[in-house]
Write a protein that binds this ligand. Structure first.
Ligand code: ADP
Ligand code: RBF
Ligand code: MG
Length: 152
């Protein structure tokens, strides 16, 4: 069972994230069909002290898109280092490694889980995207698409 998304963001949200998109293990697009733009672990803001799956908005190449974010150790892959990775709900024509990305994290979706199959993980990511897009339609969340960090 998943927790309900609150009608409006509560503490500690919204949280700003910014960094240069760096290389990970390359599994996101190859194995899961969900490419994730990673930023260096040193750029993880201290307010994001809870590992798990979040949603919000991210900007690359001056455009703002809805996103889902995974923060933690990816228990299915047993990573040793903490990672912050963002799947942007948009079809890009090319990769954007080395480019800057900014994001506003608006809310929490669920804890990181381990899975018995890769398909089960993929199904859950699909569900994350659906729930995130629905939440981001609510005016209390949609307003963050216009957040000042996207205008700088
Ligand atoms: P890595 O492990 O290097 O992060 P991924 O398979 O997760 O590899 O692919 C991530 C890269 O794919 C991103 O850094 C970005 O350049 C590119 N990319 C293309 N489309 C997207 C998208 N919709 N969301 C996030 N990254 C994307
Ligand atoms: N990995 C996990 O091991 N467990 C998870 O619950 C999990 N949830 C994710 C949710 C989203 C929205 C995304 C984009 C990724 C998630 N991942 C999870 C991370 C996935 O394992 C990772 O993106 C790939 O290993 C590529 O780095
Ligand atoms: Mg990635």
């Amino acid at each position: 069972m998943r927790a309900q998304i609150p009608e409006r963001p509560g503490s500690p949200f919204p949280i700003e994230v910014a960094g240069i998109v760096t290389k990970g293990f390359g599994r996101g697009s190859r194995e899961l069909g969900f490419p994730t733009a990673n930023i260096p672990p040193t750029d993880i803001p201290p307010q994001l002290d809870r590992v798990g799956v979040y949603f919000g908005y991210a900007m690359v190449r001056q455009e703002v898109f809805s996103m889902v974010m995974s923060l933690g150790y990816n228990p299915y892959y047993k990573n040793v280092e903490k990672s912050l990775e963002i799947y942007i709900v948009h079809e890009f024509k090319s990769d954007f490694y080395g480019e800057s990305m900014r994001a506003i994290v608006c809310g929490w979706l669920r804890p990181e889980l381990d899975y018995t199959t890769r398909d089960a993980l993929i199904q859950d990511i699909r569900k994350d995207v659906t729930i995130a897009l629905t939440a981001l339609e609510q005016p209390a969340y949609a307003q963050f698409k216009e957040h000042p960090i996207f205008k700088r």
